[in-house]
Unconditional design. Structure first.
Length: 415
């Protein structure tokens, strides 16, 4: 039975605006909440069932409030893969980042002097990262054993070598410097692990979509930018937990507290790291937007430049096909109005030609030549051209040949 009192919600998107930092921060504070790890499986399954049925049918059980739907969505996002819809391994979930990392990083920073302990905890840390990468892999494509093991081995080796090498150097320096060795090792491992794990994206690019979510191409530049942002966010995420506690622990060591009570070393370190991670994890996840609108604008400019090259080669049909993929949407006019402006200097033109640029004001969207004879124009977007050219174009296409995205046939009532 549908609950008519519950408004229709779009549960396919996050609750908060992802185009601003505050919206992303609120989203990740809910998704990465470590308390979500303690939610029983039965409750997670009930939340998944409610979200799935609401997405499919737009209905919720009687008495279900809007807040209950968003709460179910929050639990669903914290435990289920966004692409496959399958429940993720608990250790690899975002909500497990704080409890797992606080334990591992705390021990890395406590036992940073012994070579054996360094090797062991660097291996544990990279094993955890491998589990996280495998759990959160893209749902459309499986990660092969080689794709998983090569970054794992390279990152473990880099982290271990960095930690051992810097630890030898730090022995001749103040004890505080030695406490920063684990952070250098983690930064080096992330700089190697993430690009290797996502090397296929660097080679083939990642999808570029328009405002409606339609895929319009692949971009290697976008892949490089995205991977760089992931590396930076991972390093920034580790920075507070691996930079602030060393100062506190070094002060306790100087006061002799750790000497009198050595058993508090690891628990105190883990607690300090956990406190930092509780705030650093959602904050750093929210640093960069998941969708970059600036890149879409750049792609639009690339297509316009390419269309101009095609026009110079007299490939008019190919030019129109390229412009068809422009992602900008036209604004539909509420009232009908006519105004001629020069396509070169944008000055108002009272007649057929511009007095400033001495060019014809109206150009055909197909051939880009000045219109002197029979012409037709769309009342919604204002684009048009020679009547014969438009008849040929709209006999096979439905969108404006200028690439503005307007459905001229529908908006102007052409037949």
């Amino acid at each position: 039975m549908a609950n008519n009192s519950t408004p229709r919600l779009d549960l396919s998107k996050p609750r908060y605006d992802q185009s601003v930092f505050s919206g992303r921060l609120r989203h990740f504070m809910e998704t990465a909440n470590p308390l979500n790890v303690l939610v029983p499986s039965k409750r997670l399954e009930d939340a998944a069932k409610l979200v799935t049925e609401y997405r499919l049918h737009g209905t919720a059980p009687p008495g279900t409030s809007e807040e209950q739907l968003w709460k179910a969505k929050r639990l669903y996002d914290s435990a289920y893969h966004p692409d496959t819809g399958k429940k993720m391994f608990v250790v690899g979930r975002m909500s497990a980042q704080v409890p797992m990392n606080m334990t591992i990083v705390g021990c890395m920073m406590t036992f940073h002097r012994s070579p054996g302990a360094i090797i062991f905890w660097q291996w544990v840390n990279q094993s955890f990262n491998a589990i996280v990468n495998h759990t959160n892999r893209s749902g459309g494509e499986e990660i092969s054993a080689r794709q998983l093991m090569v970054p794992y081995a390279a990152a473990t080796t880099a982290a271990t070598v960095t930690a051992l090498g810097l630890n030898e150097v730090a022995k001749r320096l103040p004890s505080l410097i030695g406490r920063f060795v684990p952070f250098a090792a983690v930064a080096a491992a992330n700089s190697i692990n993430i690009p290797l794990m996502r090397q296929k994206e660097l080679q083939a690019g990642i999808p570029i979509v328009d405002e409606s979510g339609k895929k319009v191409g692949m971009s290697k530049a976008a892949a490089k930018k995205a991977i760089t942002q992931v590396i930076l966010s991972r390093i920034f995420m580790a920075m507070p937990a691996m930079v602030i506690p060393p100062f506190i622990m070094n002060n306790l060591e100087k006061r002799g507290i750790l000497t009198r009570m050595p058993w508090i070393n690891a628990p105190t370190q883990i607690a300090l790291v956990g406190l930092c991670l509780v705030f650093a994890t959602p904050f750093c996840c929210a640093l960069f937007p998941q969708m970059d609108g600036l890149l879409a604008d750049r792609c639009n400019e690339y297509r316009r430049c390419y269309a101009n090259i095609l026009y110079g080669w007299n490939l008019l049909d190919q030019r129109a096909e390229v412009l068809k993929f422009q992602s900008s949407n036209p604004e539909t006019n509420i009232e009908i109005g006519f105004k001629n402006v020069c396509g070169h200097c944008s000055d108002p033109v009272p007649g057929p030609a511009c007095d400033n640029s001495h060019c014809f004001a109206v150009h055909c969207a197909i051939c880009n030549l000045a219109i002197r004879g029979s012409s037709t124009f769309c009342l919604a977007c204002g684009h048009g051209g020679h009547t014969r050219h438009l008849q040929e174009w709209f006999s096979q296409q439905s969108l404006c040949p200028s690439g503005c995205g307007c459905s001229c046939l529908e908006n102007s009532g052409w037949s």
